[in-house]
Ligand binder design. Structure first.
Ligand code: CUA
Length: 341
């Protein structure tokens, strides 16, 4: 092969590789990894991308060079020379992919086993998915339940995921992993957040009418601030268990009613279900006293469905998941907020 040809091939390869590398690096394809697991997953992705860029550069160089250099003249209708295999070439194109794929497999296996390994002092969080809301409870903190996932930075967290109705899927893009929640099964996901911030919790499995609205937030806090928050919440849970509209507002917030309903008193603007500021009018339509209408709509949502809304969207299991005092407080809160509206 001529020296000039080699230089041309290398030149095209460098340009093609440079363009591919620029597309990979300069565009923000991935969110900033915010957990140790996501950092490792990103390493695997970049490991594969570098291999791909090198192969792309080599193939592009050979292709473009061949198209220009070996193009047949317009009047040339002869066949090319017969070729009967090339042992060296065949060994190379078998061996190189074998080594590359094996390397990717080994790196992936190491990362998977590292991501599955539990750290010390694990924080347990129970994640419950239902149409169309997430709730998070902390079994080590007296079963405190919230609609927002708060986590301490740099601590190993084990999420135990369950679904009350259909298949959902838990996803925080910055944490780098997805995990389905399956009715009747318990799944787990291991996360070690390593960057402070507020990240979206997304349902990434089509689960019904409100799927696109099934969102929450994961807030990663300094460990000291997290412990303070946990202590405060436990105190607040204790003081509102006596009932009242304030307790009802907490039940409303903790069960993510806001993801589907509008209610001015709770700052809620969801529009999957009926507007709860119109509860008195809805009760009149249903021909029931307000209080018993509200209670029935929570415990047995299909008993009366407001015109224009489909059945079976409001979770059937919702009422039974609440304690009697939580249900009473929620009804009281909705009745009193509805009157104002
Ligand atoms: Cu839950 Cu989509």
């Amino acid at each position: 092969m001529r020296r000039g040809s080699i230089l041309t091939l290398v030149g095209i390869g460098v340009i093609a590789g440079g363009i591919a590398a620029a597309v990979a690096v300069l565009l923000p394809w991935l969110p900033t990894p915010s957990s140790r697991e996501a950092g490792r997953i990103d390493f695997v992705i970049w490991f594969v991308i570098v291999i791909c860029i090198v192969i792309f550069a080599i193939v592009t160089a050979a292709l473009l060079y061949s198209i220009v250099r070996f193009r047949a003249a317009p009047d040339d209708e002869s066949d090319g020379p017969p070729i009967h295999g090339h042992t060296g070439l065949e060994i190379a194109w078998t061996l190189v992919p074998t080594l590359l794929v094996t390397a990717i497999g080994v790196v992936s296996a190491i990362v998977l086993s590292q991501n599955d390994a539990q750290g010390k002092n694990v924080l347990h969080v129970d994640v419950t998915a239902q149409q169309f809301a997430w709730s998070f409870s902390y079994p080590d903190a007296g079963g405190l339940t919230t609609a927002t996932l708060r986590l301490p930075k740099d601590r190993s967290v084990l999420l135990t995921l369950r679904s009350k109705d259909v298949i959902h899927s838990f996803w925080v893009p910055q944490f780098g992993q997805k995990q389905d929640t399956v009715p009747g099964l318990t799944t787990t996901l291991h996360i070690t957040p390593d960057r402070l911030g507020t990240f979206p919790v997304i349902c990434t499995e089509l689960c019904g009418l409100g799927h696109a609205l099934m969102r929450s937030e994961a807030i990663v806090m300094q460990p000291a601030a997290f412990n303070r928050w946990l202590a405060q919440q436990r105190k607040a849970v204790g003081s509102t268990s006596s009932g009242g509209a304030d307790a009802g507002k907490t039940v409303f917030a903790d069960n993510a009613c806001a993801s589907c309903h509008t209610l001015a008193a709770a700052g809620a603007t969801g529009n999957v279900g009926p507007d709860l500021d119109n509860l008195p009018a809805l009760a009149k339509q249903a021909g029931q006293p307000l209080q018993s209408f509200v209670r029935q709509s929570i415990v047995d949502p299909n008993a009366y469905v407001a015109p224009g809304f489909p059945k079976n969207v409001m979770p059937q299991t919702f009422g039974s998941a609440l304690s009697k005092s939580q249900l009473d407080a929620l009804v009281q809160f909705l009745v009193s907020s509805g009157k104002k509206g």
